[in-house]
Design a binder for this molecule. Structure first.
Ligand SMILES: *Cc1c(COP(=O)(O)O)cnc(C)c1O
Length: 411
């Protein structure tokens, strides 16, 4: 499979590239790269507005991509798929829209997120709470770093209006029990958004089975282009929400006094959409489906994640010890760890990352846009290795060898 990804054939500082930063972004297969070239070369024209041939082709391709996304997450209808700029944009749009919805949020109402959230699923809610004088509550963690579901149960009340929760933590790789979280929220009448940025590439998603009200993810984390994301919402809920942005395409009729809005999904897509990006994303979804779909990919990745964790634990680090966060719990493609020297002092993750880079191994270090969770771990950051469908045992072997060398220099 690596042959399909031109970037992976490179050498870095004369060493073969070992790319293990897939939770930050994934590489693109040749077919996705070529699809961008193809779209610009063959049907570049603004969509929906033109009667001419190219505009019709562009519109058809854009809508076919929407259909492919709807099928990918088993949505009931394409109307429920809104194209955005990414997960961050989707959450901001949603938070804005909810705050503009009449009679939805009253002062003192509560919104719940969890300790596992990416900044994208924290800050927009903080901003909303400031605007609406609502209260942001955070599900704590227990000793093994998983979410404290008992505490969550106690948090829920008639004041809970909205819950927004990461399906998979981008720092720990932990898979959160979103089904249960959604069910419990619905019991008190709250709506739920699932941040699937880190799960959509790794776990089959069925929004109808999950019964989530909203779900968001990014194309670039699943082999598609950057700058494109999805906001899924149940049709009746999206119909009830005011648009988050105004402009072209999202309107029905405009006068200087008043504007009526377009139907779904266009109501939420102001301005010219990234129709080249949606075409490329369609190509990425096709590529995933041709390679056994997420169900198959998920099995391969689960095997590899386990192997990665085991190999990390078995490495020889010249007397340094390794700590894997949320060790032993089931993870999806992401492992965070740190090295400690003989006096149990943290070897700074940045130093480890730099020495890995020198050996051609790309990992991420730092707080991974989850600073509050990093603080809970009691460290300034972690080293994070994250895999994708093209990762293999050679990558793991190279990573371990590189950490062993780095440890020998840093101990
Ligand atoms: C990456 C990520 C985001 C943000 O995605 P963008 O593509 O940067 O908008 C949000 N949540 C999680 C869990 C992520 O991993």
């Amino acid at each position: 499979m690596k042959n399909d990804f031109p970037i992976l054939k490179q050498t870095i500082y004369g060493k073969p590239l070992v790319y293990l930063d897939n939770a930050a972004t994934t590489q693109k297969p040749q077919c996705v790269i070529e699809s961008i070239n193809y779209a610009y070369s063959h049907f570049n024209a603004n969509i929906h507005r033109g009667v001419h041939y190219l505009s019709r082709v562009a519109t058809e391709e854009h809508e076919k991509a929407r259909k492919a996304v709807a099928e990918f997450i088993s949505a009931k209808s394409e109307k429920e798929i809104i194209f955005s700029k990414g997960t961050t944009d989707s959450i901001n749009m949603l938070a804005w829209s909810l705050s503009e919805k009449e009679n939805f949020l009253q002062e003192g109402d509560e919104i719940i997120i969890s300790s596992h959230e990416h900044h994208s699923n924290i800050v927009p809610w903080q901003m909303l709470c400031k605007r609406k004088k609502t209260i942001l509550k955070v599900i704590p963690i227990i000793d093994d770093l998983s979410l404290d579901i008992e505490a969550y149960k106690n948090m829920l009340s008639h004041r809970t209006k909205f819950v927004s929760i990461a399906h998979v933590s981008n720092l720990l790789g932990l898979i959160n029990p979103v089904e249960e979280i959604i069910r419990l929220a619905h019991e008190v009448g709250a709506l739920v958004c699932v941040d699937a940025a880190q799960s959509a590439p790794h776990i089959p998603i069925n929004v109808q089975a999950l019964n989530c009200d909203f779900l968001v993810f990014s194309a670039h984390k699943m082999y598609g282009p950057t700058g494109l994301g999805i906001l899924y919402g149940k049709e009746d809920l999206l119909n009830d929400l005011p648009p988050a942005e105004g402009g072209g395409e999202m309107i029905d009729h405009v006068t200087f006094e008043e504007t009526t809005y377009n139907t779904l999904p266009y109501k939420f897509e102001a301005g010219t959409p990234d129709f080249i990006g949606t075409y490329a994303f369609h190509s990425a979804i096709d590529y995933i489906n041709q390679n056994g779909k997420i169900a198959q990919i998920s099995k391969h990745e689960a095997m590899l994640t386990e192997k990665l964790e085991q190999s990390l634990l078995e490495g020889n680090y010249s007397g340094a010890s390794i700590k894997i966060y949320a060790n032993d719990l089931h993870k999806a493609g992401v492992i965070s760890f740190n090295l400690f020297n003989k006096d149990s002092k943290l070897i700074h993750p940045y130093d480890v990352g730099m020495l890995l880079d020198r050996q051609g191994v790309a990992v991420r270090t730092g707080h991974h846009c989850a600073e509050p969770l990093t603080h809970l771990l009691g460290v300034p950051g972690t080293v994070r290795a994250s895999i994708a469908m093209y990762s293999d045992e050679d990558d793991i072997y190279s990573l371990i060898k590189a950490i062993e060398k780095a440890a020998a220099m840093l101990i």
